[in-house]
Unconditional design. Structure first.
Length: 122
């Protein structure tokens, strides 16, 4: 497997993990726990809400994106928008406030930076 394919796979997994962090891994639909209890009955599992999904590989990517942000914040922003937002490329570029071509360039530079750091680490 080429390093670029490996990094792409890791970035996708990171985006999925990061999305689960916001809702503690419950996924969709976003219905409150209280609403589910009311509708379905039952009790909450002990310690519910204190567990955070753990994924070492995704956390490693998150650490690299945080590091990238210190040096190239726009590239890190493009990477976060690319993998954390479900939207069209045009909408992602608009969210970042740049043209589509600039967004793609920033995203690709960020991916290349992540690839380089991963090569240096391993």
């Amino acid at each position: 497997m080429k390093i670029s394919d490996y990094v792409e796979k890791r970035l996708i997994a990171w985006g999925q993990w990061y999305a689960k962090m916001g809702d503690m891994g419950l996924g969709y639909p976003h219905r409150s726990v209280e609403g589910r209890l009311k509708d379905e009955g039952g009790v909450l599992p002990r310690g519910f809400g204190s567990r955070i999904p753990i994924c070492d590989e995704a956390e490693e990517i998150e650490a690299l994106v945080v590091e990238l942000h210190r040096w190239h914040s726009r590239q890190a922003e493009a990477l976060r928008i690319e993998y954390l937002d479900i939207d069209t490329l045009y909408s992602k570029a608009k969210k970042m406030g740049v043209s589509r071509n600039t967004f793609v360039t920033q995203r690709d530079l960020a991916k290349a930076w992540i690839e380089g750091r991963m090569k240096a680490l391993y």
